[in-house]
Design a binder for this molecule. Structure first.
Ligand code: DX5
Ligand code: ZN
Length: 232
């Protein structure tokens, strides 16, 4: 059986005047996680939103939430987001020397820990931690903005990770983040990603949101039927 491909909408490029409506529109569609992009104006030039928006969303959703921390010194931030009750924090390997303490702390809170890796960073930087984490988030754009085009070379990293994970007893999610859209779903899935962050391709177009998700899900099903279960 094909493994379930998870869809994680990012609200980064949503029209914030209509945040509640936008969330309600797809809350009951076939999506699996909210992907919240936290930017501090230091690790990346932009500032997005913080704890208060995350708390609001947590109160108003049935779905699990992951916070993608594009912040310097992520230790304090990570714990404060976890205390809100979100299910997973994702920390950039470029922002932390040794995430072991934070990984343990997260697991002690019964929450999940992911490591994100920028397009120019080598997988070898995260290899020592792969046996301890729940997710790798492969950045397929340089972090900081929604709506960018995918850097296709990032898919090679996913293929490489799949090879490593075969030898690894700890099975982690492989998420791709940045520029994922209908046109490149095939490449993403074929490379082995099982979790897709999608921002502008859901929220920045005229099509009805629920129809957009249905279209994406149908495309994923078609791709999986065509390619079989090559990555299992
Ligand atoms: C980029 C963020 C992404 C991004 C996704 O720094 O981490 O999550 O907003 O948006 P799209 O799908 O528009 O690339
Ligand atoms: Zn993100």
């Amino acid at each position: 059986m094909n493994k379930k491909i998870l869809i994680a909408p990012s609200i980064l490029t949503v029209d914030y005047m209509h945040l509640e409506e936008e969330i309600k529109k797809i809350e009951n569609s076939d999506i699996n996680y909210w992907h919240l992009d936290i930017m501090d104006g230091h690790f990346v030039p932009q500032i997005s939103f913080g704890q208060s928006i995350v708390k609001l969303l947590k109160k108003n959703t049935r779905l699990p939430i992951e916070a993608h921390l594009m912040v310097s010194n992520p230790e304090i931030q990570a714990l404060s987001f976890l205390k809100i009750g979100i299910e997973r924090v994702i920390v950039h390997i470029e922002s932390i020397k040794d995430p072991t303490f934070l990984i343990n702390k997260t697991h002690n809170m019964n929450k999940e820990f992911g490591l994100a890796i920028n397009p120019d960073t080598s997988i070898s930087d995260i290899e020592p931690f792969l046996s301890k984490i729940d997710q790798v988030t492969i950045m397929s754009v340089n972090p900081g903005e929604g709506g960018q085009s995918m850097i296709m070379q990032s898919l090679d990293k996913i293929k490489y990770l799949i090879e490593i994970s075969k030898k690894n007893k700890n099975q982690f999610n492989i998420e791709i983040d940045g520029g994922v859209k209908i046109e490149n779903l095939h490449s993403c899935i074929e490379s082995g990603a099982n979790m897709l962050v999608m921002g502008s391709s859901i929220f920045n177009q005229d099509l009805d949101r629920d129809k957009t998700i249905t279209k994406i899900r149908m495309k994923i099903d078609n791709i999986q039927n065509l390619t079989g279960d090559a990555n299992n």
